[in-house]
Ligand binder design. Structure first.
Ligand SMILES: Nc1nc2c(c(=O)[nH]1)N[C@H]1C(S)=C(S)[C@@H](COP(=O)(O)OP(=O)(O)OC[C@H]3O[C@@H](n4cnc5c(=O)[nH]c(N)nc54)[C@H](O)[C@@H]3O)O[C@H]1N2
Ligand SMILES: Nc1nc2c(c(=O)[nH]1)N[C@H]1C(S)=C(S)[C@@H](COP(=O)(O)OP(=O)(O)OC[C@H]3O[C@@H](n4cnc5c(=O)[nH]c(N)nc54)[C@H](O)[C@@H]3O)O[C@H]1N2
Ligand code: SF4
Ligand SMILES: [Mo]
Length: 713
């Protein structure tokens, strides 16, 4: 029997590489090249290629677990679901609805993220829901919304990158974090364009650059302001564009002019000639782009920092024009869609705001509830985790492993342990699931259908390719069952397409409008870029137009909206259609080195592990490539410390102490050490990190804190 391959997408990062899956006779799943998907054209990184290993029952959960006399023991689904419903109900009765918390993840499909937000507001009646995307790109989202009136990570497809003249890549190590995307930057260089990388480390990505700037961690804001100062001083402002398409230039200009290049050199460590060269390379070509990732964003001033890079784009006329613009490289598999449909504390589906009365009315109508019954905005992710065991007594967690990934993780681990009740849905027994009162084993990407929205804003269909093992159920089934047990019998379908149909209506007319997108179109068109409103005929509302539209068998249905690969070409999404400059000034990180903690710590990723490692640490090939944590440090720092390659080094911050082997390299600044955050235990980087929050985005400062190094005696 010939079993045909199912085209689908990778479970991990936001590139959402296309791949084909074929079940093999021995029960395993084969990954093969899927050349028709334009983003990766068949290429996959090691994580994507080995993702099926996590489908095997050897490494995953296949039975619910409940805590009995202190230990987790297998239980029936009925028993486990009853325990969760009982735990959540008890908290609500004793402490009120806001004592129940919900924590989601940017890896969840649109359907799951949407349902989780609805579950929190409609079934639990709690305002206390947020998700790990707050730790990821929330500063870029806040800055993009301020400047452009809309946040979509990339306002253009990746395929535009090779055709621009210059890209400044700020704090992205995409050679490790999105390897197949390197192709677009290589093509840029082949076409004569230049690549500038801003990273305190000479990463694999920085090695590809024409110019590598290595600022001190936490100083990107000063750097961007210094560049803008030079743009003005050298007469490179696009005055006509500024006049026609922006507002607020005078204040932003005045703020930038206070940042003299020599002052910026002192703060950042980037020399004035390098600043001048950057401005020249960025301004000379007709088109240019700035792309940011976690480096400048995961700072307690991330929103202002991204704002400063956007100002640079606006002053030089490099936004809202073909082949020019600012973009954020979103991280998680559904990092984009996961931030649009309501698992965020202040949000309703379609990227609507929870405190907007019209938005509440629209969504309440789709949900069949009274708008006044919807709770208001809740706490941000770190604040929510920090309130566990005090204001929040029970937590339902789906799609995150905060014991490893949250800042100040030892403290957060204690907060989690102090909960009255914790329920976790996961595919493996993560470090956080291991602390739960009930763990539910759920289906994985290849076993279920659903949509994700990639870093390009391209909505994609992940198709079910294999049958799930006995004993597991989907997250949608879990929410359906729990809603039922908590007294809400309708409105929580288990079929992903049915959920998507409702999501279309809920998002209709909102900033992230999906109403013109159907599963049929996603299958036929290889993804559709939002916004994609349904055609509205006279006298008909968007939702009814949408449901009757998907009749064409192939391609875009006649008269249908084609989707929006490129945003802002005619106008920005602000009320007056103009982009807004934001006046920003440099400020120090929340914690700067001092006598006691003289070294800067920054954190990030390695190519072979993904996030908290819950999934990738269960894959032999990936563990062989990246077996454990390490501390990257410069030979000069190592010599002062007396450390040789591989020596265990203690890294101590005001939050705690971690120990990992030294990895000595000239590719890092001598005043900075780097640790990847993928591992729990002694080498957990997040034992050290500072939960200082950005005032706007509430993003914690993962990328800069003060530490001291000690040799073990
Ligand atoms: N292999 C792998 N790939 C992944 C992931 C993974 O865990 N593993 N996770 C996915 C997710 S969710 C995300 S968000 C993306 C993240 O993708 P990236 O943003 O590329 O990843 P990071 O390693 O966190 O940070 C990028 C770089 O920022 C630099 N950096 C540190 N401090 C600063 C600073 O102050 N300023 C500047 N300019 N740079 C600084 C670091 O040295 C690092 O090289 O990756 C996605 N892809
Ligand atoms: N120090 C430091 N810390 C960081 C960062 C950093 O750069 N430095 N980066 C931050 C960033 S950008 C991010 S995105 C976070 C990520 O950190 P986490 O939020 O911990 O992300 P994951 O490790 O991907 O956790 C996802 C969990 O959900 C499970 N899972 C996967 N798919 C599903 C599903 O469909 N349903 C359910 N129920 N479970 C599923 C996985 O097995 C895993 O246990 O870490 C943040 N932490
Ligand atoms: S780059 Fe990202 S989406 Fe592509 S295979 Fe690797 S982890 Fe998967
Ligand atoms: Mo992320």
């Amino acid at each position: 029997m010939q079993i045909s391959a199912t085209p689908t997408h990778c479970p991990y990062c936001a590139l959402q590489c296309g791949m084909n899956l074929t079940p093999a006779p021995d029960g395993t799943v084969e990954v093969s090249e899927r050349a028709d998907f334009p983003v990766n054209r068949g290429a996959l990184c090691g994580k994507g290629r080995t993702a099926p290993a996590v489908l095997s029952s050897r490494v995953r959960l296949t039975s619910p677990l409940v805590r009995s006399e202190g230990v987790l023991v297998p239980a029936t689904w009925d028993e486990a679901l009853e325990r969760i419903a009982g735990g959540l109900r008890r908290t609500r009765t004793e402490h009120g609805p806001d004592a129940v918390g919900v924590f989601g993840g940017g890896g969840l499909t649109n359907e799951k993220a949407y349902t989780l937000g609805k579950f929190a507001r409609v079934v639990l009646g709690t305002s206390q829901i947020d998700y790990n995307g707050r730790f990821c790109m929330s500063s870029a989202a806040a800055a993009g919304t301020k400047a452009f009136g809309l946040d979509r990570g990339l306002p253009f497809p990746l395929e535009d990158i090779p055709k621009t003249g210059c890209v400044i890549l700020v704090g992205s190590n995409l050679a490790d974090t999105m390897p197949p995307s390197l192709r677009f930057f290589n093509e840029l260089k082949e076409n004569g364009g230049t690549l500038i990388v801003v990273d305190p480390r000479r990463t694999k990505t920085a090695e590809q650059a024409d110019l590598h700037l290595a600022p001190r961690p936490g100083t990107d804001l000063a750097l961007a302001l210094g560049l803008l100062h030079l743009v003005v001083a050298e007469g490179r402002v696009d005055e006509a564009y500024v006049q026609e398409r922006t507002t607020g230039w005078e204040d932003a200009r005045a703020a930038a002019m206070a940042h003299w290049p020599e002052y910026v050199e002192r703060i950042t460590g980037v020399s004035v000639p390098q600043l001048r060269e950057t401005v020249r390379l960025f301004c000379e070509p007709e088109n240019a782009m700035v792309l940011t990732a976690r480096g400048p964003e995961q700072q307690s001033k991330g929103t202002d920092t991204v704002g400063a890079w956007i100002n640079l784009c606006l002053a030089t006329g490099r936004a809202g024009r073909p082949l020019s613009g600012y973009g954020c490289l979103t991280g998680q598999g559904n990092g984009q869609g996961g931030r649009e449909h309501g698992q965020k504390a202040d949000q309703l589906p379609g990227y609507r705001k929870l405190d907007d009365p019209a938005a509440r009315r629209h969504v309440a109508e789709v949900w069949g509830v009274d708008p006044d019954s919807l709770p208001g905005p809740g706490r941000s992710a770190y604040e929510l985790l920090d309130a566990l065991g005090t204001d929040i007594r029970s937590l339902l967690l789906m799609g995150s492993n905060p014991v490893v990934s949250a800042p100040r993780a030892a403290h957060i681990e204690e907060r989690i342990k102090s909960l009255d009740f914790l329920a976790v849905c996961d595919v493996v027994l993560s470090e956080t699931a291991a602390l739960a009162d009930v763990v539910l084993p759920v289906t994985q990407w290849a076993e279920e259908t659903g949509t994700t929205t990639s870093l390009e804003g391209r909505v994609l269909l992940r198709r079910r390719a294999i049958t799930a093992p006995d004993g597991v159920r989907s997250d949608l089934e879990v929410m359906h069952e729990l809603a039922d047990r908590l007294g809400v019998e309708k409105g929580f379908p288990t079929d992903a397409e049915e959920v998507f149909e409702e999501l279309r209506r809920a998002s209709a007319g909102g900033p992230a409008d999906y109403s013109g997108i159907t599963y049929r179109r996603l299958a036929d068109e290889n993804g559709v870029f939002w916004p994609c409103p349904a055609d509205v005929q006279d006298g008909e509302d968007a939702s009814s137009a949408a449901s009757g539209e998907d009749t064409a068998a192939q391609g875009v249905p006649a008269g249908a909206h084609p989707g929006t690969p490129r945003l802002f070409l005619d106008r920005f999404a602000t009320p007056d259609g103009r982009a807004r400059f934001v006046p920003v000034s440099h400020r120090a990180s929340a914690e700067e080195p001092d006598d006691e903690y003289p070294v800067l710590l920054t954190t990030g990723r390695v190519v072979a592990q993904y996030q908290s490692g819950a999934q990738t640490r269960r894959v032999d090939e990936l563990n062989a490539a990246a077996p454990g944590p390490f501390v990257e440090l410069h030979p000069r720092l190592a010599a002062r410390l007396g450390a040789a390659e591989g020596d265990p080094v203690a890294v101590v911050s005001r939050r705690g102490r971690a120990v990992a082997p030294a990895r000595i390299t000239t590719s890092i600044r001598p005043d900075t050490v780097f640790m990847p955050f993928h591992w729990p235990g002694e080498g957990r980087a997040n034992t050290l990190t500072n939960p200082a929050l950005d005032p706007t985005s509430r993003m914690p400062e993962f990328k800069a804190c003060a530490v001291r190094l000690e040799m073990l005696t």
